[in-house]
Design a protein around this ligand. Structure first.
Ligand code: WQD
Length: 363
């Protein structure tokens, strides 16, 4: 049914306790939707087993609105079916999944089971309850090494993928495209993220990687706050203006707003649609480090190290389809991202495990 989403529809948000997920849950609440969040908290901070994750408690602090949270793993199909019996969902926003490139190389079967198996369970439940509106969290990694820049949605996908994580995103996209081609009524937005960075302006929610960060900016922020000694810049011999890798960094709040825009346009599409969520600007690793030093007024010592296997040299998006189809455009600059990231990191040197006095939570 092509009916527009009415404001009090329930929206199922899988993985809503995570970095991108919780920023999107916040935007959903601000727009009057009723998100129902499920998460297995494998990458979230919770006081106790099955308790509400810290990130969702902070959302109540920011918005004054309660978030309905259910501790459900997508691999637990009976509990997932029970949830679809309990709530009439108008749409599903699917973030849940394992996301570490390095870990996926060491544990490919975990990634195939969780990311693909979990998505198949979810889609089977949606089908059984005739819920056919979906926004899927994909990644620019599906493009592999870009043959043309900026990268548009017409760029080939699935070629030269260097890690199981990226392959799961590609395989899931293919599953969703085949499903939408085979059955009437599916409306699926496949959103390809470039490099999400930053935090909500409150400084109360943010990226909180478990263990040593794999991604650049959380690593830079932990060096600035004194949790890590020095940044290793992986390669300075790329064909870029300063030899270091170039990426399309996008503010996580712009990214979250892009999800709301996609949700609201679902009724206007048929089948599946892949869309880039990027800014169209490429910044190098050293550009980003310098921007963060300006924002934090802290030194970020670094040393050059060998290239990281599988890394690409230069990637940035052609964001024009999102602008045309979703009427959405990223507006926050790299400096905004760094200012907002520093506000989160300086208030929470140890992420959600930080006591009010800045010390590590002992519990
Ligand atoms: C960015 C640049 C590194 C760390 C990955 C995933 C992608 C998405 C985003 C999940 C590169 C350099 C990094 C460091 C460094 N993840 N770098 N020192 O690799 O573009 O994308 O994260 O959805 O799917 O592939 O992001 O932040 O790891 O690296 O020099 O300690 O920073 O070489 O040039 P990437 P990244």
């Amino acid at each position: 049914d092509g009916k527009k989403l009415i404001m009090d529809d329930y929206i199922l948000v899988t993985g809503g306790a995570g970095y991108i997920g919780c920023h999107t849950v916040l935007e959903l609440l601000e727009c009057g939707y009723q998100p129902i969040v499920i998460d297995n908290c494998c990458n979230a901070t919770c006081d106790g087993v099955e308790s509400t994750p810290e990130s969702l408690k902070r959302i109540k602090q920011i918005t004054g609105k309660e978030v309905t949270f259910k501790y459900i793993d997508l691999l637990d199909k009976p509990r997932l079916l029970a949830l679809f019996k309990e709530f009439k969902f108008n749409a599903v926003m699917h973030f849940a999944g394992l996301k570490s490139v390095n870990e996926s190389i060491a544990k490919p079967m975990d990634y195939y089971e969780v990311n693909i198996g979990g998505t198949i369970n979810l889609v089977e439940c949606m089908k059984e309850f005739n819920v056919k509106n979906m926004v899927f969290s994909s990644s620019a990694t599906v493009y592999g090494p870009p043959v043309k820049l900026p990268v548009a949605e017409t760029h080939p996908v699935g070629k030269g993928l260097t890690n199981p994580y990226g392959k799961t995103k590609f395989f899931i996209e293919e599953i969703l495209r085949d499903l939408a081609n085979a059955e009437e009524g599916w409306r699926i937005m496949i959103l390809r993220y470039f490099n999400p960075v930053g935090s909500h302006i409150s400084g109360l929610i943010g990226e909180d990687p478990q263990g040593t960060p794999g991604n650049l900016m959380p690593y830079v922020a932990q060096v600035a706050v004194g949790r890590l000694p020095i940044l290793s810049v992986f390669g300075n011999d790329y064909k870029t203006h300063d030899g270091t890798g170039v990426r399309d960094f996008i503010h996580v709040v712009d990214l979250a707003k892009g999800h709301i825009a996609a949700l609201q346009k679902l009724s206007e599409i048929e089948g599946s649609k892949a869309i880039n969520l990027g800014t169209g600007h490429g910044y190098s690793v050293l550009d980003a480090v310098k921007a963060f030093e300006r924002a934090s007024q802290r030194d970020v010592p670094f040393k050059f190290a060998p290239r990281r296997p599988g890394d690409l040299g230069c990637v940035y998006a052609d964001p024009s389809l999102a602008e045309k189809l979703l009427n959405w455009k990223a507006s926050r600059t790299l400096d905004d991202m760094c200012v907002d990231l520093w506000r989160w990191q300086s208030k929470h040197p140890n992420g959600y495990k930080t006591e009010p006095n800045g010390n590590l939570k002992t519990s």
